[in-house]
Design a protein around this ligand. Structure first.
Ligand code: GLU
Length: 289
């Protein structure tokens, strides 16, 4: 007997869910049901400065109102920090991480006019990539806060060595499930942050560790995270984690064509509900009906 497919919806509780989240949650839920699979909810709350209990409560309320059910217990990433440290420790033991003490302003100044990463941030110009051990020891002793970055070139070389000639790819499923093979190009991110200065994890590390730990076989999320999948696949190879299938769905945009933001109160599910909009209306509004 083959194991059932496992899907997940993984919101961050740093604002109210909006129509874009409704589309994402409904797509994941319906694909899970169509596949006879399981549907999980994961609360991505590693960013303690932005996560709020009332937003967690709002997520449960909004999703229940939409008619979704999920398996209990819900996984909270804030409870999983030791697992992320262990994964980072493995990357460090492979010599793939280095501490970076640069402030955002320093990076912006050094990278001005240079290339951008897929999120539109300046590509990290390697400020701390080749510092001497003595330099780093001195900076650490001074108590200066630091992030941990991956040495991207070394990571790609290590991943290719691990793959031993197997293709470095991930599989993107179209809306009709037609598979498309995507060649992994994580270099577009430069030396990405794997452990943040303020949080002992990062989105990229936590998502990869938890998708594997929860046995997620199908990652469904918005097109805005398509480029992130290149890093996720890299980390999966380096950490010997299984490879899920991906479906990056269309985004809901506002009248000016911009992706909806959490601050966009007028499209929050709570305010729509309070205005008398029904779950069936939501399905129509996101183009699923
Ligand atoms: N927590 C992320 C967000 O709310 C989504 C993560 C994912 O689906 O991989 O944007």
């Amino acid at each position: 007997m083959t194991k059932p497919a496992v899907f997940r919806f993984a919101p961050s509780p740093n604002g109210e869910l909006h129509l874009g989240h409704a589309l994402s949650a409904l797509i994941g839920y319906e694909r899970a049901h169509r596949a006879g699979g399981r549907f999980l909810l994961r609360i991505e709350d590693i960013d303690v400065s932005r996560s709020r209990p009332q937003f967690v409560a709002g997520i449960f309320e909004d999703l229940r109102w939409l008619g979704l059910t999920w398996e209990e217990p819900v996984l909270f990433q804030s409870q999983r920090l030791p697992a992320y440290s262990a994964a980072a420790g493995r990357l460090a033991a492979m010599g793939l991480l280095y501490p970076c003490f640069a402030t955002r302003a320093e990076i912006e100044a050094a990278a001005a006019g240079g290339p951008l990463d897929p999120d539109g941030a300046p590509l990290y110009p390697g400020l701390y990539r080749h510092r001497s051990g003595a330099d780093i020891a001195r900076l650490k002793a001074s108590g200066a806060p630091f992030a941990q970055r991956i040495d991207m070139r070394a990571c790609v070389a290590a991943a290719r060595a691990k793959l031993a000639g197997a293709p470095f790819v991930f599989t993107e499923l179209a809306e009709d499930d037609t598979p498309q093979i995507i060649h992994v190009q994580p270099e577009q991110w430069g030396d990405a942050v794997i452990i943040r200065k303020d949080v002992p994890a990062s989105y990229h590390l936590a998502v990869v560790v938890d998708d594997a730990w929860q046995g997620v076989t199908h990652v469904t999320r918005g097109r805005d995270l398509f480029a992130a999948t290149h890093i996720h696949r890299l980390l999966q190879v380096l950490l010997d984690l299984p490879e899920p299938l991906y479906h990056h769905h269309r985004l809901i945009t506002d009248e000016s064509g911009r992706k909806l933001a959490k601050s966009a109160r007028d499209t929050s599910l709570r305010s729509l509900r309070e205005q008398g909009v029904t779950p069936a209306d939501i399905r129509r509004l996101v183009g699923l009906a």
